[in-house]
Every structure is written in C-alpha cells, then in structure tokens.
Design a protein. Structure first.
Lengths: 250, 832
C-alpha cells in the first residue's frame, strides 16, 4: 500500500528532487500541478493521511498537498488504471516479494532476451549502478513512454516538461547510447549499439564504416561525437512522440 | 504477367482432356473388356477402368490442382497480385467448362460429404495445431464477440433486410418465406476460415488483427451450425408451427453445440497427449496418432451433432504443447509437414472444385435484385457490425482497434466453401428456391474471394501509405528509428502489455502441477528447460571450436590428455575469415549481387560517395534486426521453414545469454587458472551424457530440490516451428547454471575464460570488445550482499575452490554457496 501511495503521489507529476536526476533535471512538476487528478475521492489507493512514514522527499511534498483535492480535468501523468496495472505487473515481476526489482527480475522476461537492446533497457532501470528499482522508479522510466496528448503540449511553458515530452523521450534513448554519461555519443558508443543491432552477417569493417557515417551525418561541430543537441537535430523530422509511445500507458 | 497464368490452365487443360478422354473411353471399354474376359479365358493384361475409376479420377484431380499450383508460382508477379484462391477458382471454372463441353454432365462438384468429411478437417486441424495460443487466448474475448454476436447480427440483418426487400416486390415472385430468408442469412453470414486464411496470409496485417479475423472464422462455426440447423428445422416445420419453446431450444442448443464441441475437442486432445506419452517404442507411427485421434474428435462431435470444427480446432490447440514435447523430433517434423501438406492440398482442391461446381447450368437461377442485394447487405452489415462491436470492444481492450483495422476487419469478411457446402446441403423439397440460394452463394463466394481478395492488399497498402510520407530517411533516422522500435517493444514487455496475467498464471500453475505431469514424458518435462538447452548448445559450440582448433594444429593430443599444459595456449580468438570488404569494394564487385531497392537505384548515377552511402543504407536496411512489430503472421498455412525472425531471435538470444553467462562465469570461475583441465573433462562428460535424460548433461542430480526448481511454465522454446510468442509469463525458470548479477559483480571479473572466449564471429562482437554494461564508464557497485556479507563460513569460501575438485559443473559453486543463493536471471519464456 505504501508503495502504491507514494507512486500515486509521484504520478501526480512530481519527481522527488534529489532522486535520480539522471533522467532529466527538468522533469519535475511542481506540487501544485493539477495532475493529481488521479486521486479521486473514491480512489482505493488514496495515500494514507499519515505520510511521514514515507521517505523524505515524498513525505515532505505530499504533506504540502491537500489530501482531498477536487478532481481536475488535467491529464494525469499515468492514469489510475494504468498504475494499478503496472503495480500488478511490478508485483508479478518481483519474484521474491522483496518490494523492489533487481536486474535479475527483469532479465527473466523472455522477450527481452531476444531484444538486441534488452539488456541496455534493463540497465536503464538501474541508474548509477544501483541494484534495485522500486515501484516509483519503475513507473518513472515507463512514464517516458506515455503518449503525448494534445493537452500536454500547450501547458504553461514555465512549467517543467513532463517526462513524456519529446525531449525527454529522446533523452531516454540518448542515455541508452551514451554509456559513459559524458553527454556525447562517441564513435565507439555508436559502434557498440550498431553491433548489438545488426546481424552477424555484417563484417566488422562495414560496421565501423556505418558507425563513422552515422556519426558524421549527425555531427555538426566536428568533434567526432554526437551531442544530445545534435542527436535531437538529426531526428527532428521523425515523429518521436508517436514512435516512442505506448498506447496502454495512458 | 499473363504467361504463367495462361500456362497453368493450359497445362490443366491438357490434363483434363486426357482425363475426359480416359473417362469416356473407360466408360465404353468396360463392357467389351468384361465380355472378352468371359469368352477368352485367362488374359495376361486386362483393362479394368471401372475397377480403379473413382480413386483414379480423384488422384488425377489432385494432380491437376497441384500442377496448377506449380504453374501459378512460376511467376511471382501473378501470385503477389492475385491471391492463389482466386486463381484456383478461375482454373476450376475453366476446367469445369472443359469437362462440361466434353461431357455435358456436371460430374464433379464439391459435395457436402466430401467437403465436410475429408477436405475441411485437415484445414481446421492445421489451424488449431499451429494456432499461436497466447495470441489466441489473449484476444479470445474479442474473437468470441465477433464470432457469436457478429455472426448472429450478420445473419439476422441480412435475412431480414432481404425479406423486407422481398415484401416490397422488388425481387418479383418467389416462393420464399421469412424463415427461408433467415436460413439463407445464417448460411451466408459466416466468415469462412479457408477463404480468410488464403487471402490474409498474403496481406500483411498486424498479428492482432490477423488472429481476430482468423479466430472469428474458426469459432463462428458453432453459430453457423446452430443457426443453420434451427432454421432448417423451422423451415421444415413450417412457419406457423414454430413455437416459443422451439426458439428457446434453439438458444439452448447453441450453448450445447458450442460448448459440447469444445469439450469433445479437449477430451480428445487429452487422449492424444496421453497416448503420445507412451509411444516411445513405436516412434514410427507416432504421427499417425495425431491425425487419427484429431479426426476422431471431428467425427465424434459430428456424430453427436455438435460443432465439429470447434472440436477439431480445440483438439489441435490443446494438444499442441504436449504432443510437441512428447513425440520425437522426426515425428514432430513429419506431423508438421504432413499437416501443412494436407491442409494446403485440401485448400487447393476446395477452391478448384468451387470453380468447377459453378459450371452447371442446372443450378443457375438468376435474380438480379436478390443477388445484388445480398452482396450489398452482407458487405454493409458486416461493416456496421464491425464498427459497432469495435466501439464496444475498444472501451475494454488494452490495445485499441483503430479505424484502419476496422476497415480491414469488415473488408476481410470473406465467404467461402462452408457456405457453399451448407447451401448445397439444403433440401430442395422444403426450400423451394434452393437453386436461387445456391447460385447466389456461388456469386457471393466468388465475389468475396476474387474481388475482395484482389483488392484487399492494395487497400491495406493504400491505407498505410496514406499515413507515412515518402522520404529517404537519413542514416541516423534509420538506425535510431530501429532502436526506438526495439526500445518500445522492450518497454512493452516490461510493462506487461496485455492483461490476463492473473488467469494465465493460474493456468500455467495448474498446467505445471497436474497437466504436464500426466501428459508429458518425464524427459520432456525436464528438457523443456530451454535455458539449459541453450547453455548446452553454447558449450557444444565451444567444444567444437576447440576441437577444430586442435585439428588445425594437426593434433588432437592436447584434448586427449587434459593434464598437459599446452592447451592453455590454444588461441580462441577468431580468425578473421572475412575478406577485406570495404564498402566501396563491395559496391564495385557486387552491385549485381546486392539487391538494391528502386530508390537506391535512382541514386546510382551520383558520386561514389553517395553510392557508398547507399550501400550503407542498404546494409542497414537488410541486416538491422527487425522489431517484432514487423514480424509476419504467427500462423501460415503454407510456410514452415524457420523464418528470418526465428533466426534473428535465436541470434540475439544467444548473444544475450552468452553475455549473461559470460559475466557470470568470468566472475565466478575466472579466478581459477587451472580450470581448463576440469573443463575439458567436463566437456567430454557432457558430450557423453548428451543423450541422457538430463538436458545438458551437466546437472548434478543431487542438487537440493528447493534450489533446482525447474518451473518450466509454458516454455515453448525449442520448438522451432512454434512461432515467436511474446506474451510474457511471469513465473518461469529458475535454474542453477548461473548466478545473479548481484553476486557476480562482487568478485573480480574479466579473467579470460576459454570456455566462453570468443570463437567465432558471433562472439567477437560481444566479448572481444568492452561489454556494454561493464565498460569503464560504468560503475560496478558491489551488491547489497557483497557489501554487507563477508564470507563467514568455510562453505562460503569454497566458492573459490578450483573447479577441478568437482566433476560436476558450475553448479557445485552454488551448492557451496548454500541454499540462500538466489537463482540467476534466466528468461522465462523465450520463443525462438
């Protein structure tokens, strides 16, 4: 219950400030974001009034939020139903009922073993070398893939971007490539990704050639690496919003 | 374009002429032959046409149909535009015309008996046996709604509308009542499994859509049978004598027929699975059981007047898992090919005979209004029904059905031979306008199969093209776009895209606990642990390369004497076998070999630099792993060979598992410099024990049970014919040949391990380079356990003992580590 409550809170749009800034610094909603419409009065997962039990940031901010806020028409970060489903899923993945997921839990998903990027994606759930991901963290990663709705785009520009913005979607992909976290995809990193994604028929030489070309094509300042800005630019014609969204994660 | 098409019928024509000639000469010669026999005593050679006539003719027809199929496929152009079913119907019409011209009797028609007893069962069994189960049951609700409500809706609206028009007098004077119209509506309403598959196989729609249409066409049989029987009996009773009780009976009979048919199928599937469990010593007739028992399920439910199609479908669906596990590999192959052959053949014959049956002036009664309105009504009401039902479904479905899907769903409602056979079955005494019904049905079938079959592909393409503009994507877009697809599908898997998990969990629990124990061989139960198989395979590969290395050096001595040290020097680094193949080199040499797409061809005139770009694009296009959305159908009646996708899956799976194993092994065993000898020994043992019941010959049997829990869930991994199925099962394998990454990361990693050192191109990419997630930039943080728990007991230290002590395998470490060692990561269901 506690897990759910804190996540509901999270899905209300706010990210605990000091946690996991690897995703994106600007992805935190202010607590006043009306996105907490997920919490209706009849909600079975209403966070308990006594929140101080929750770890630091969560408790602090949710204390600031009125417990029974009236439902607002704004789209929730992740809908109630999806959250429930995801939590169910989370518990199903969590074999030993330990309350968090380890890499192993995710590696057990069979389809990931045949996904060339599977292990990288698993790894993205475990930022900074941590060994476990709790439910909020789990949802936080998945929230990148929420479809962009029209209402999302014309929000107050002063507000931080939601996790599912185009920029954040791209950044999620970017950090899958950027292993050393230097903000650039080097030729070597590109080559690694290529190697994962291309069949064994392609020779190493061809691969290197392709990697060179890909980097060159996107590299504008000539430093032999693709920065996030260049990455975004090279994909500006692509419908990332549509391509990186899953319908079911509404 | 026309050449091959003309050739097909041409060849058929020749044969038919021969055939017709034979028939007539046969008819003439029988009597003289008999007379001669009496008068002249013993004859060395007699001509006994009458004796062989029936089977002979049948065999000839099959031959003609098969030859025609060869003819069609001589040209890709024709078959890619025109569905084979349409071609076969046309061929049938031509052949029918020839026979008619020669004989003036329509001697060959598709009789209901032949159709229902011999032609339909193989097709439906094939559909059931190769049914992608997860997908099917995942969409069962939708399928059932379309199959039941949709079919009733179609039948009712079509029948009633026709009756309404009839009352308005537009059709002229017909001896038809309301019930006749409803009867007609019920037989024309059902979407036909044969026709649908024949066309949809060639149209590439997404798998969900495919399974919905396909499932609907299979399951609506119960509805059709019931509606047909009810209205037929009502018609024979006469409209005035039908009481409310009869209607209630009709509804009850629907449930009895459908559930009863399903039950019969399940029972026979159970029997079949049980029988195949004990066929160890009669391997040669194993495949026979599959066919005979399935066929019996069909006949049994036909005997009990239940839905035979449902029975055999569910027999196939339910038995597939156990049968595939039980029978030997050769038998499985035999079953697969025989089934495909029978189904494909039956389909061919059905369509051809549909064409032939149409050439019979006695059945033709034309009524323009009736025929045209039937066509209009079935199309319109199908569309309306689909839209209404989809609207309802989309409120509950996780994966929505888009408008484009609905168009395909409505347009894909093909009618086929089932309707034709049913209409021929009608009793001309009771249904006065039987011939009108027959001719209308033929028209409807031809229209849907030929016209809609021809146009559905362009339609789908057009609808899809409309959404995406044409632009040569840049390299980055191509690469990253593909990466996004992979990311998305991975996220879908992680987030568990489709519900039903709870029920599925329960079911697989039940299956594991009881069903599999009863229905599966013991060895099969164990070997279903696919991870072990892959592990074994990898080891085997390494062993082979090891031996190859030895042979290259001219001696195998170092293998035979494990104690010698020279093997330490064996070099496993891959010999770069590839020629210097720079892109431009490739371009210059292989332009003709590399199949360039049209757009690329246009660019050929440009500079060499551009050309190189093009090749790069092309290489990417060709070799980038495809995300599974682009996979083809999970079921195909005609194709069996493992597809590219399976190969791709296997490749990636190997890579992934190898990487995971590697990270485990290098961490666990890397400390041991002398392990190679033990490895050699073990490998030999592994080879020897390969055929033993233990899957990879490496599992010590004394592993504590609580650790060695093969929860072999619903793994279908080694069945290569099983299409990849990505629904995820929670639960799964826990096996001991690895260890968690948590524990792996706390011991020094990276000491070279010959067993898993790169030995071929496949590994090169993984191992010779920096492992992606262990690259220097990546912080390897000790696990929780490693931080908190220093090895306390001697037992924990034993982990570091040289492997030589153990003749077992890596598992010994785990034993040493004690029971609290967590089982390693192992994908639970990996369909390859």
């Amino acid at each position: 219950m506690e897990g759910i409550a804190s996540v509901l809170w999270f899905s209300g749009g706010c990210e605990p400030p000091e946690s996991r800034n690897w995703i994106f610094a600007g992805s935190c909603h202010s607590p006043s974001t009306p996105a907490n419409s997920t919490l209706r009065d009849d909600c079975p997962f209403q966070p308990p009034p006594a929140v101080p039990r929750l770890p630091g940031p969560l408790g602090r901010v949710s204390g600031a939020r009125p417990a029974a806020s009236p439902p607002t028409p704004f789209p929730p970060a992740v809908s109630q139903a999806s959250l429930l489903r995801l939590h169910h899923r989370f518990r199903a993945l969590d074999r030993n009922k330990k309350g968090y997921l380890s890499r192993m839990d995710l590696q057990q998903i069979g389809a990931l073993a045949v996904n060339p990027l599977g292990d990288r994606i698993i790894e993205s759930f475990f930022p900074n070398g941590s060994q476990r991901v709790d439910f909020p963290g789990f949802v936080r990663v998945l929230a990148h893939f929420r479809p962009v709705e029209d209402e999302d785009t014309d929000q107050d520009p002063k507000k931080p971007e939601p996790l599912n913005s185009r920029r954040n979607k791209l950044h999620y992909a970017f950090q899958l490539y950027d292993l050393d976290r230097d903000g650039k995809i080097s030729r070597h990193e590109m080559l690694q990704v290529l190697r994962l994604m291309v069949g064994v028929q392609v020779t190493e030489e061809q691969l290197e050639n392709i990697a060179d070309r890909t980097v060159q094509e996107a590299d504008e300042d000539g430093d032999g690496a693709v920065s996030f800005l260049e990455f975004t630019k090279s994909l500006e014609k692509m419908d990332v919003e549509q391509k990186m969204s899953i319908r079911i994660l509404k | 374009m026309w050449g091959p098409r003309a050739r097909g019928p041409g060849r058929g024509l020749l044969l038919a002429l021969v055939l017709g000639g034979l028939l007539r000469t046969g008819g003439v010669e029988v009597e003289p032959g008999g007379a001669h026999g009496e008068s002249e005593g013993f004859q060395v050679v007699t001509f006994e046409w009458a004796h062989v006539q029936d089977p002979y003719v049948i065999a000839l027809w099959i031959l003609v149909a098969s030859l025609a199929k060869i003819g069609f496929h001589l040209s890709h152009k024709v078959t890619s535009v025109v569905p084979e079913s349409a071609l076969l119907i046309v061929l049938g019409l031509v052949l029918g015309g020839i026979v008619w011209a020669a004989d003036h009797i329509a001697s060959f028609t598709l009789t209901p008996t032949v159709f229902f007893f011999y032609l339909l069962p193989p097709i439906v069994l094939d559909a059931g046996y190769f049914m992608p189960n997860r997908l099917f049951f995942g969409n069962l609700g939708t399928i059932l709604l379309y199959a039941v409500v949709g079919t009733v809706w179609n039948a009712a609206t079509t029948g009633l509308s026709l009756y309404g028009v009839f009352l308005s007098g537009l059709m002229g004077d017909l001896q038809i009542g309301l019930l006749d119209f409803l009867l007609f509506g019920s037989l024309i309403a059902a979407v036909d499994p044969v026709a649908v598959l024949a066309v949809f196989e060639e149209v590439h729609v997404n798998e969900v859509l495919f399974i919905i249409v396909f499932g609907e066409s299979l399951l609506n049989d119960a509805v059709t049978v019931v509606l047909y029987n009810v209205f037929e009996s009502f018609v024979s009773l006469g409209g005035d004598n039908v009481t409310g009780v009869d209607c209630v009976k009709g509804i009850v009979s629907f449930f009895v027929v459908s559930l009863g048919g399903t039950l019969v199928g399940v029972i026979f599937a159970f029997l079949l699975s049980l029988v195949t469990r004990f066929t160890k010593h009669v391997r040669i007739i194993e495949p026979g059981f599959v066919f005979v028992i399935s066929y019996l399920s069909y006949l049994t439910s036909e005997m009990l007047s239940l839905s035979a199609i449902l029975a055999i479908t569910f027999c196939g669906i339910c038995c597939q898992k156990y049968v595939k596990a039980n029978i030997s590999e050769q038998s499985a192959t035999t079953v697969r090919y025989t089934m495909k052959m029978l189904a494909s053949g039956a389909e061919t014959i059905i369509f051809m005979f549909l064409g032939i049956s149409a050439v019979n002036p006695f059945i033709w009664t034309w009524n323009t209004a009736f025929v045209l309105l039937t066509l209009v009504f079935i199309s319109v009401y199908r569309a309306i029904g689909v839209v209404l039902q989809t609207w309802l479904l989309n409120r509950y479905r996780m994966v929505q059905l888009e408008p484009i899907d609905q168009v395909v769903l409505s347009y894909g409602g093909l009618r086929g031979a089932v309707a034709f056979a049913l209409v021929v079955l009608l009793d001309g005494e009771k249904v006065k306008e039987k011939n009108l019904f027959v001719s209308t049905t033929i028209i409807v079938v031809f229209f849907t199969v030929i016209f809609q079959g021809l146009t559905i592909k362009p339609l789908v393409q057009w609808l899809k093209v409309k959404r995406s503009e044409h632009r040569e994507p840049r390299l980055n877009e191509k690469l990253h776009g593909r990466a996004f697809d992979h990311i998305l599908s991975a996220i879908e898997d992680i987030s568990g895209q489709i519900g039903h998990n709870y029920l599925r969990d329960k079911w697989s629990h039940f299956d594991r606990k009881f069903l599999s124990r009863v229905l599966m061989r013991r060895s099969a139960q164990k070997s279903r642990d696919r991870i072990l198989n892959v592990f074994h395979e990898l080891n085997l590969k390494d062993a082979i390369s090891y031996v190859a290395e030895g042979e290259r050096r001219g001696s195998l001595a170092f293998i035979r004497s494990p104690s010698t040290d020279n093997m330490v020097n064996v070099d496993f680094t891959p010999r770069s076998s590839t020629v210097e193949a720079s892109v431009s080199y490739l371009l210059r040499e292989n332009v003709s070999a590399v199949c360039l797409d049209m757009q690329s061809l246009e660019q050929r005139r440009r500079s060499i630099r551009d050309a190189e770009d093009m090749v790069t694009h092309h290489t990417l296009q060709q070799y980038l792993y495809k995300p599974r959305q682009e996979y083809k159908h999970l079921y195909s009646r005609h194709e069996l060979t493992p597809t590219e996708d399976e190969k791709q899956d296997r490749e990636i799976f190997h890579r992934t598992m190898r990487k995971r194993l590697e990270s485990f092994k290098s961490a666990k065993l890397g400390l041991n410099q002398n392990k190679k000898a033990a490895k050699m020994y073990k490998r030999e043992r592994a080879q020897k024990r390969r055929n033993s019941s233990i899957p990879n010959g490496k599992l010590p049997t004394e592993i504590p049970v609580q650790n060695f829990a093969i929860k072999e869930k619903d793994l279908e991994l080694s069945d290569t014919e099983e299409p990849p199925n990505y629904d995820e099962m929670s639960g799964g394998i826990e096996f001991l040949a690895g260890v968690t990454k948590d524990t792996a990361s706390d011991s020094p990693a990276g000491i070279d391990n010959p067993v898993f050192s790169p030995d071929e191109a496949l590994d090169r990419s993984l191992l010779a380079r920096v492992p992606p997630w262990l690259s220097p930039g990546e912080t390897v943080v000790p696990s929780q356990r490693a931080r908190t728990q220093i090895p306390l007991s001697p037992g924990a230290f034993r982990r570091l003992t040289p492997l030589r002590l153990s003749s077992k395998s890596v598992d010994s470490f785990l034993q040493a580590d004690g029971p609290e060692e967590r089982p390693p990561a192992a994908p639970e269901s990996t369909h390859m």
